[in-house]
Each structure stands twice: as structure tokens, then as C-alpha cells.
Design a protein around this ligand. Structure first.
Ligand code: FES
Length: 210
């Protein structure tokens, strides 16, 4: 597997590693794609809503460590609003790219940073806990990477339909992945793992072309 110089540099000498004492917010996320985890800690200047300090703990692979390292560097000193715009693609680009099967490591780092910011905002009354909706489902699907090309399944137009019945909690997803697609079952499994964590979701039906 070919890693860029920058990935190797951040893997060997990760920045902002370690548990933070008395953080203002924290989040731990796991990647359904592989089971690896990241925890991110934030210290926030409450007056100006600037990220004063940020650190991470990684329970994962080299790309997990490298993306968590670079994304904490990118977030440090930024306002919450600016940091909310940092995407997994930004982190991956800043590392000089990742092999396609490792793109999900960058998704995990970005997702954890965004969860920590969101936890801060909710705890400090800056936003409400968002209602679960079809939009939540689509946002989760945007985090699922098709490993062969390292791009998410929404961008790749692999999702044909998303439905959510609020009354029954049933989610219906039509995927444009044929039976011979080697990643079809992995993608379906990942979708289930992403959505099952929401208590509103009672049943998930995933359909494929016949
Ligand atoms: Fe899953 Fe890197 S985070 S392999």
C-alpha cells in the first residue's frame, strides 16, 4: 500500500496526541468499516468560540493516527464555525491523499471532530439536539466509502432512494449495487451499523436491483 510522505510523517510523529484534562467537549467515534476508534478532546475559548486546544487518542491504523493528527492541527486556533467546515476530503488532501481503502480513516477523524464540536454546542446551548430525519440518514450515507475508489456512496450515486417512516421507524434504502459487486454486502452492513445507533430506527430494509 502506497502512503504519501506526509502520512508517514504524521504516523511516525503524530501531533496533539493524548488525553486532555478537563476538556470542554469530547467525542469518541468508531468506524463501522473496520472497528477502529478515535477520541477527540476540545478546549474552547468560551468568549470567542475559538478552539484553543485539541488532542486525540487513536485506537486504530496508521491512517487513523495520521488523519487524526492532521485534522487536530487543522482545527487548532480556528473558530467553531471555521472548524465545522473541515471535511474528510480536506484532511485527506492535506495528507497528500490516502489509498482508496483507507479513505474511511479520514471520514472517521472528521466525523469525530464534528461530533466533539456538536457536543460542545449542545452542552452550551448553542444548538438543539437535531431531530432524526431523512436528512440524518443521507448524512450518514455520505460517511460510507466505497473502498474500491475511496469515494462516498452518495457522491458515487449508488443510493437510488432513501425513505423514512416516522410512525414505524422503518428506513428503506435502494442501492444501485449489483449482486456481482464484491463490496455490496460490506456496504449494506456498514449502512446498518451507521443507522442502528439511532433509537428512532426500528427496521432497516436495503434493496438491490434484481
Ligand atoms: Fe479503519 Fe483505518 S480507521 S482501517
Amino acid at each position: 500500500m502506497q502512503y504519501s510522505e506526509k502520512v508517514l510523517q504524521h504516523f511516525m510523529h503524530p501531533q496533539n496526541v493524548g488525553e486532555m484534562e478537563n476538556p470542554d467537549a469530547t467525542a469518541t467515534e468508531g468506524s463501522p468499516a473496520c472497528g477502529d476508534q478515535v477520541t477527540i478532546y476540545l478546549k474552547v475559548d468560551k468568549e470567542n468560540l475559538i478552539i484553543e486546544d485539541v488532542s486525540f487518542l487513536s485506537y486504530g491504523c496508521a491512517s487513523n493516527i495520521a488523519t487524526a493528527s492532521i485534522i487536530t492541527e487543522m482545527a487548532k486556533g480556528k473558530s467553531l464555525e471555521e472548524a465545522k467546515k473541515i471535511t474528510w476530503r480536506d484532511a485527506m488532501d492535506a495528507l497528500g491523499g490516502l489509498p482508496p481503502v483507507k479513505a474511511h480513516c479520514s471520514v472517521l477523524a472528521a466525523d469525530t471532530l464534528q461530533s466533539a464540536i456538536s457536543n460542545y454546542e449542545i452542552a452550551h446551548g448553542l444548538k438543539e439536539v437535531p431531530d432524526f430525519s431523512k436528512e440524518t440518514i443521507v448524512d450518514e450515507l455520505k460517511k460510507i466509502i466505497y473502498p474500491q475508489v475511496g469515494e462516498d456512496i452518495i457522491t458515487l450515486k449508488m443510493v437510488k432512494y432513501v425513505g423514512y417512516d416516522e410512525a414505524t421507524g422503518e428506513v428503506l434504502i435502494d442501492l444501485n449495487l449489483m449482486s456481482f459487486d464484491q463490496y455490496r454486502d460490506n456496504v449494506a452492513e456498514e449502512i446498518r451499523e451507521h443507522l442502528e445507533k439511532y433509537p428512532e430506527v426500528k427496521d432497516i430494509k436495503i434493496n438491490f436491483p434484481s
